[in-house]
Design a protein. Structure first.
Ligand code: HEC
Length: 175
């Protein structure tokens, strides 16, 4: 009972700090708040993965041999963010060889169903979960790539993605 009340007070202080720390300071609250916000984005990303990716790539992120490629060990997922963002936006099709296994499937794009912030959160989550990458993906980066892709809706192929992002800068001419 007492513990519950104290817990409640703590939460209250936390919420108050969240609103106030930028004005009056709140002890070590900025660090607490930053960590809490980060943890929240991480959990949000986990829910988004369950909702949008898991039925194909599977809970453990190892995919299904010959059908869905692994994400947990994907070089593209853990490399520069442009390729994974572009894939989530527009999808990917055609042959790819991953860890000696050939995949020739179709991943539909999620540009219409996921917001920039959601794509950033899901990628931040899985890059941290399997790649230990602490640096989150920024929603503004997703917005920039979405913008560059304009009204294009056709799925990527591996060759086209490599041409577009190999030097890590999207070329509009490769549409
Ligand atoms: C309907 C099934 C399906 C869903 C849903 C799906 N994917 Fe995929 N994904 C695939 C398939 C199939 C491929 C490989 C396509 C090919 O063979 O060219 C792929 C490829 C990828 C790749 C490239 C992997 C590599 O190593 O090249 C990434 C990254 C990726 N998906 C991320 C995601 C994320 C993140 C989500 C959720 C936001 C997601 N996918 C949702 C089926 C899916």
């Amino acid at each position: 009972m007492l513990a519950k009340a104290i817990g409640g007070l703590g939460r209250l202080r936390f919420v108050a700090c969240l609103g106030l720390f930028s004005l009056v300071g709140c002890g070590d609250a900025p660090k607490d708040v930053a960590e809490a916000v980060e943890a929240d984005v991480f959990r949000h990303g986990e829910r988004l993965f369950q909702r949008y990716c898991q039925h194909c790539h599977q809970t453990h992120g190892r995919g299904m041999p010959g059908t869905f490629p692994p994400l947990a060990t994907s070089e593209w997922l853990h490399g520069p963010v442009e390729k994974p963002i572009a894939i989530v936006l527009l999808g990917l099709q055609g042959p790819i060889n991953r860890e000696g296994v050939l995949f020739n499937g179709v991943m539909p794009g999620l540009a219409e169903r996921m917001s920039d912030a959601e794509i950033a959160a899901v990628l931040s989550h899985i890059r941290k979960r399997w790649g230990g990458i602490e640096d989150p993906v920024d929603a503004q980066t997703v917005a920039r790539i979405r913008n560059l892709l304009g009204d294009r809706r056709s799925l990527w192929t591996e060759a086209e993605l490599l041409r577009a992002y190999n030097d890590n800068s999207f070329k509009a001419s490769s549409r």
